[in-house]
Ligand binder design. Structure first.
Ligand code: URA
Length: 435
């Protein structure tokens, strides 16, 4: 078998066999097939797609390229949530302690910010002392004790994805439904959850720009995951505006705690609670999403999720006292404000432009090796749907340095969309997709 024939078969739109996919993935991980051939194959997949059967085989072979997390000996149910990536999306930090309070274990393996989207690990790293690189024994111990544990992927979990994702990121082949499906599902199946909730985002700040493409990705995740023996629910959610009132690493941890104290922004709470409700259903604690949501709301009102959130900070080496002392003040000294340029209505703050400005501010990164700032970010004082008067404060902005601030400000001004009349409220959750 030769890699070039596999590339040409895919370029011609043919369905690849298990042997062909295995030859390519196995050869790539072993260092026998070079980046340039795998890039050409990924581009062929980008244009020609893959059948559901090919996608399932690719996912399974990527999963088998490494180890899986052993959760035996810990009592479940194990349910996790995964978002396809957004701006201001801190739902993981809020829902993990909520579902843990209801007896569900969430073994959460997360990623770092890349491009315009934020990363859970960078947010948690902003908590003084918090360790996001746990070994397997620690991960298991904390999961059993707190009901959830947060870590990055170990190097032996799905090595094929680590290589392939980095390659796709620099070859314009990220936005492919089968490649995203295999990338996400191989990692999520490896982490050991019995059931998964996917938050598939569509809109300017998401990989999938329109709802129809988002739905294709959701359907592919549900069908492939179900074929692999997992119970899956996907929600298709709007990512045209940043979620919540904060974007930034420490800022988003702070906002998560606000949510757990009953002071969350309406859009953020809506998406978080609807996702958490599905986790509760899949964990067998509620018969439907409505009951799941009621249980999540009752848990929140009890204060237990807040206690678990703080307990997890301690378990993962963080300094809770310092974290609470920094609340409201841990901001970069380089700052500016964005004020309304005219009176009328604010129809939207564009998530895509905010996400890109965030990289300049120091919240995110363009290359995996770049460092991020814990204290850079944005607080949104107004978002889409508000009436405004010229001069009203729309955003407080904090940057790592003056150059970053100067690069971000024009993009942030441009992100604010004005209207003369009130725009209808966006539907945050468009659809639920299950097998
Ligand atoms: N997130 C992933 O983990 N993989 C992708 O391909 C896209 C988003």
């Amino acid at each position: 078998m030769r890699a070039v024939d596999i590339i040409m078969n895919k370029r011609a739109g043919k369905e690849l066999s298990r042997e062909e996919i295995g030859f390519l993935i196995g050869g790539y991980v072993a260092g026998e097939i070079p980046d340039y051939q795998v890039s050409a194959w990924a581009m062929a997949v980008f244009f020609q797609g893959m059948s559901p059967a090919e996608t399932a085989v690719l996912t399974e072979l990527m999963l088998k390229s490494g180890n899986t997390m052993d959760l035996s000996g810990i009592s479940g149910p194990f349910v996790d949530k995964h978002s396809t990536g957004g701006v201001g999306d801190k739902t993981s930090l809020i829902l993990a302690p909520i579902v843990a309070a209801l007896g569900i274990k969430d073994p959460m393996m997360s990623g770092r910010a890349l491009g315009h989207t934020g990363g859970t690990l960078d947010k948690l790293d902003a908590i003084p002392g918090y360790r996001t690189s746990l070994d397997i024994a620690e991960f298991r111990r904390i999961l059993a004790k707190d009901g959830f544990a947060m870590t990055g992927q170990t190097k032996d979990i799905v090595p094929a994805d680590r290589l392939l994702y980095a390659l796709r990121d620099v070859t314009g082949t990220v936005e492919s439904v089968p490649l995203i499906t295999a990338s996400i599902l191989s990692k999520k199946v490896a982490e050991g959850a019995d059931a998964l909730v996917f938050d598939v985002k569509f809109g300017s700040g998401a990989f999938m720009k329109d709802a129809a493409d988002g739905e294709k990705l959701a359907r592919s995740l549900v069908d492939t995951g179900t074929a692999m023996g997992k119970r899956i629910i996907a929600l298709l959610t709007d990512m045209n505006e940043p979620l919540g009132n904060m974007m930034g690493n420490f800022l988003e941890v702070e906002e998560s705690l606000d949510c757990l104290e009953g002071k969350g922004a309406a859009d953020l709470m809506e998406v978080t609670l609807e996702l958490a409700a599905r986790m509760v259903v899949l964990g067998g604690k509620a018969k439907d999403a409505a009951e799941g949501r009621r249980l999540c709301e009752d848990a929140l009102a009890s204060g237990k999720p807040r206690d678990l959130f703080l307990a997890n900070i301690v378990s993962q080496g963080g300094d809770v006292k310092k974290f609470l002392d920094l609340r409201g003040t841990y901001r970069s000294p380089v700052s500016a404000e964005i004020r309304a340029e005219k009176s009328g209505f604010l129809s939207r703050i564009d998530a895509w432009k905010v996400g890109h400005a965030g990289v300049d501010l120091g919240v995110g990164r363009n290359r995996t090796e770049d460092a991020v700032s814990p204290t850079a970010g944005i607080q949104f004082h107004r978002k889409g749907g508000h009436s405004i008067a010229a001069g009203d404060l729309i955003m407080s902005v904090w940057a790592r340095d003056e150059a970053g601030l100067a690069a971000a400000l024009p993009q942030l001004r441009d992100a604010v969309e004005y209207a003369e009349t009130e725009t209808p409220a966006r539907r945050l959750i468009l659809k639920e997709i299950q097998s």
